[in-house]
Each structure stands twice: as C-alpha cells, then as structure tokens.
Design a protein around this ligand. Structure first.
Ligand SMILES: Cc1cc2nc3c(=O)[nH]c(=O)nc-3n(C[C@H](O)[C@H](O)[C@H](O)COP(=O)(O)OP(=O)(O)OC[C@H]3O[C@@H](n4cnc5c(N)ncnc54)[C@H](O)[C@@H]3O)c2cc1C
Length: 311
C-alpha cells in the first residue's frame, strides 16, 4: 500500500514528488514524460531563478531534481488509465501498460492540453510563430503583426498580453459576435486591434516561420490572407481529468473542483493541482506552488488519520 500516487510529471508532479520524498511518504509517480506543456517553449523567461531557459532544459532539470530524491518510485512512459475507490482513503490505480497500485491518497497533476485549430501549417509551425500561451510568449512579438484566433475570454486576454508589444493585432472569431466579456472587450479593443468576425481559419502559412494566415469569411465564402508573423491559438483548454470523471466533482470545463486552501478534491483522499485543477491562472510557478500545498496537506491528513505507511 502506497501513501500516495502522483498522476503526472509536469512542474506540479515534479514539485509534489520532491516534497513527498522529503516527507518520506511511500510514493509512486506515474507519467508518460517529464516537463509538462512548456517543454515546447524555446524560451521560458518567467521561471523564477532563471532569467531565460528553454522548456526542454527546464524539463531536464526538473526530472534530474526528482530522480535525485531517495525513496520515490518513478514510472515513466506510462499513463494512469483508471482510478477506483475501494473504501475511503484506499484507492486502486491501473495504468495503460497494465501496472496496478493501491494507495491511501491520489494527487492528480495530469495538467491540460490546449485545443488545436487542426489546420495545415499549425503543427509544423508550433514554436515558430504558432503560440498557445500568450502570457509566456507575447514579449517575443515586439513590433510584429499577429493574429489571435478565438473570440472568448482567453482570446481577449491574449490581445491584452500582446498590446504592449505587437504592432497590428487581428482578432479572429468564427461567430458573428465576440464571446468574451464586454468589459474586457472595451479595455482591449484599441485602434491597432482589428476584429474579424465570421472568420474560419483555413491554414497557417509560412516555410520556416509563420508568414501569414488564411481564413474563410463564413458570410461571403471569400478566402482571405492575413500577413502576420505570429498566430496565437486561444480556442480552449482540455483538462486531462478523464480518469476521475464520476469520482470527483469537475467544473463545466472538466477541471477538478478543489478547496483552494488545501487543493483537496470533492472525494476525501483525492487532491488536484496545476492545470487539471479549477484554478484561475495556468503557469509553471503556480502549478508547482499548488502541488506543494497539496502534498503538505496530504501528509498532514494521512498523519492525522494514522494512515501513513511508517505509522
Ligand atoms: C506552449 C506553452 C508554453 C508555455 N510557456 C510557459 C512559460 O513560459 N511560463 C509559464 O509559467 N507557463 C507556461 N506555460 C503554461 C505551463 O506550461 C502550464 O501552466 C504548466 O505546465 C502546468 O503544469 P502541470 O504540471 O499542472 O501540467 P502539465 O504541464 O500539463 O503536465 C502534466 C503532466 O501529466 C502527464 N499526464 C497527462 N495525463 C496523464 C495520465 N493519465 N497519467 C499520467 N500522466 C499524465 C502529462 O504528460 C504531463 O507530463 C506554457 C504552456 C504552453 C502550452
């Protein structure tokens, strides 16, 4: 019986693993890879302690820090497929590759995946002008013309993040009216922001880097080209929470509902942190902090109940 199974090896999972090991909790971490979403980022500039580091180097440092800890079991190249409650504070966990674990507590740090446009050129130019995180990469587009695809709140936030840097900003939305809050619209729709409604993105264009975007006007059927150097994709986020559907409360986006003080989910014995949890902001530093909070609360809870393996 493990004290804890950590599901996911992004910044949240690694932080939890380091703290769980130092608390000498009998822990196993299961992940298909280490580093998380920002691994694809060429330049992470807001990782506190590092002025600038590539997502890949950051992932390697995280994994090395975790592997330097004693007493933590690491299962990588695998995914948790199923979590079942046997009784309160006793769960069974099954992985895709057929591994099985039993544990007193589960920490879900399986993150999220950004919805893609699924158009030609998007995948090929990811990290070379195609961007999924405006907080992170807007500063890289100083003086450039960019397009933001998605007229909801995350699209408007991307416009806000770009205003201090970009020259012309084209905000494309496939409906006849923007979906984001009116108040935010008033704040961000400046003279250099051009709203293009009824626009369906057809392709992201360019050889080595983004040179433009092609869209179809859904009212006239006309196909038009926009010469831009960046395409910010803001069409939604999908939390990786499928394995706890029906086991814990999820919000309308599928993120795990949590107690903000402890990161505890709705079913006793399950915690969640980082991008899979119902938190307002999605950043490496935040997901780590929340995972540490969860791990300390898991330790205190199991200790108070006399359920820790050393007890
Ligand atoms: C392109 C991009 C660039 C970004 N740049 C920055 C930046 O510069 N600075 C910043 O602060 N933030 C950045 N972010 C946001 C940041 O990456 C996320 O907020 C952060 O990674 C969330 O960490 P997490 O550990 O919660 O989840 P994730 O990073 O999503 O990690 C989850 C981990 O769990 C694994 N996993 C998923 N499902 C399962 C399962 N069933 N079983 C086992 N493991 C599973 C995943 O493979 C992954 O390793 C960026 C995001 C993107 C998409």
């Amino acid at each position: 019986m493990y004290d804890l199974v950590i599901v996911g090896g992004g910044p949240a999972g690694v932080a939890a693993g380091v703290y769980a090991a130092r608390k000498k909790m009998k822990t196993v971490i299961v992940t298909d890879s280490f580093g998380g979403q920002s691994i694809v980022s060429a330049d992470v500039q807001n990782w506190i302690g590092e002025k600038s580091i590539s997502g890949f180097d950051l992932a390697q440092k995280m994994e090395a820090h975790l592997r330097s800890q004693e007493g933590i079991e690491i299962v990588d190249g695998d995914l948790v497929a199923e979590i079942k409650e046997i009784e309160p504070f006793h769960f069974s966990v099954a992985t895709k590759n057929g591994k099985k674990f039993e544990a007193r507590a589960i920490l879900l740090v399986s993150g999220s995946r950004r919805k893609k446009l699924g158009v030609p050129g998007e995948k090929e130019l990811e990290g070379r002008g195609v961007v999924y995180c405006s907080i992170c990469d807007a500063p890289l587009f100083g003086g450039k013309d960019v397009a933001v695809v998605g007229g909801g709140n995350s699209g408007l936030e991307a416009v806000r993040d770009l205003l201090p840097y970009a020259k012309e900003i084209y905000l494309l939305h496939h409906r006849s009216e923007l979906k984001g809050d009116k108040e935010t619209q008033e704040k961000v729709l400046k003279p250099n922001v051009h709203v293009v409604l009824n626009a369906e993105t057809q392709s992201v264009d360019g050889k080595d880097n983004v040179e433009g975007l092609t869209y179809k006007d859904l009212q006239t059927g006309e196909v038009k080209k926009l010469p831009v150097q960046g395409v910010f994709v803001e069409v939604g986020l999908l939390p990786n929470s499928e394995m706890v559907k029906g086991l814990v409360d999820l919000n309308q986006m599928g993120a795990v509902a949590i107690n903000f003080q402890t990161q505890a989910a709705s079913r006793p014995g399950i915690w969640a942190a980082g991008d899979v949890a119902d938190s307002l902001y999605r950043q490496n530093n935040i997901s780590m902090g929340d995972a540490v909070k969860a791990t300390l609360n898991i330790y205190d809870t199991l200790h108070a109940k006399g359920l820790l393996s050393e007890n």
